[in-house]
Write a protein that binds this ligand. Structure first.
Ligand code: NAP
Length: 259
């Protein structure tokens, strides 16, 4: 299927590895020029070069923490008129809420709520003027089925989800869509961290935590980041222009509800 994205450009945050990288690759495969970001320079450069040489698109990099105001300004300077914005950042650490101070909460809110809202604020009016825009936020399956030890993620991402639900309706008439992609367990470095947290809190080994998590998923496997990236590219495509304000769950069937 031609996604109708050739020659468009995208910002993909937190994209040297994992789900962000997969989104960047799938967009590049559809002919989208990219600005990608992450904190570690070498990993970011390697990813940029791999994507550019594989798909023949332009890939620029902005190295730094996306929660930093100056880094976000540099991202916008490097791609002042994005057609597509993929918001992503590392997830907050697991833990027990009794140990979290206001400072802990502020860090999570900054990464998983305020940073994406700030990048939306910087880009949405241009999208409205150009009458095309795709804003895609990588959130979490925990929005629908909260995981106790991921309370920081549950809380911060729910704030973002509530905000963009309103925004999506405000900007729909201008050809701008706003959607959230909710990953369940995908085989990435982040998943390793989550399994480590589960193992620690339950007093079991990481292997046991992995086996238990796999067994609890109806697909009996973890997601492949490429599946996630392909969904991102479809949501960005011309074919998804009537889909907005949605929370799209990719979890192998783990969420047990009918809707
Ligand atoms: P990952 O494999 O750990 O990759 C994270 C990527 O983001 C890396 O490229 C990392 O590079 C970059 N990054 C992290 N923090 C950043 C920051 N502050 N500024 C700029 N770049 C940053 O994670 P993932 O599995 O792809 O997860 C992506 C998002 O989905 C996270 O928010 C995660 O919590 C959420 N999620 C993932 C799963 C899953 O199973 N994988 C499930 C639910 C939710 P640097 O370290 O070099 O910055």
């Amino acid at each position: 299927m031609d996604l109708g994205l050739k020659g468009r450009n995208a910002i993909v945050c937190a994209a040297s590895e994992g789900l962000g990288r997969a989104c960047a690759r799938s967009l590049a495969e559809a002919g989208v020029d990219l600005v990608i970001n992450a904190r570690r320079e070498i990993e970011l450069q390697v990813t940029a070069e791999e994507i550019a040489s594989t798909f023949g698109v332009m890939v620029k990099t902005v190295c730094g923490d996306v929660t930093d105001t100056d880094v976000r300004a540099e991202i916008m300077d490097t791609c002042p008129a994005p057609d597509i914005l993929v918001n992503n950042a590392g997830g907050p650490p697991p833990g027990n809420f009794r140990d979290w101070t206001p400072e802990t909460w502020h860090l999570a809110l900054d990464a998983n709520m305020i940073t994406p809202i700030e990048l939306i604020r910087a880009s949405v009016d241009g999208m409205i003027e150009r009458r095309f825009g795709r804003i895609i936020n990588i959130t979490s399956g925990a929005i629908k089925a909260p995981i106790g030890m991921l309370g920081l993620s549950n809380g911060a991402r729910s704030g973002l989800t509530g905000f963009v639900a309103g925004l999506a309706r405000d900007v729909a008439q201008h050809g701008v869509t706003v959607n959230n992609l909710l990953p369940g367990p995908f085989e990435t470095a982040r998943l390793q961290g989550t399994l480590l947290g589960a193992a620690k809190s339950q007093g079991i080994s990481v292997d046991e935590a992995r086996t238990a998590r796999l067994a609890s998923n109806p697909s009996l496997r973890f997601g492949d980041p490429n599946e996630f990236g392909a969904t991102c590219a479809f949501i960005a495509s011309v074919h998804a222009g009537y889909m907005t304000g949605q929370n799209i769950l990719l979890d192998g069937g783990a969420f047990p509800g009918t809707f």
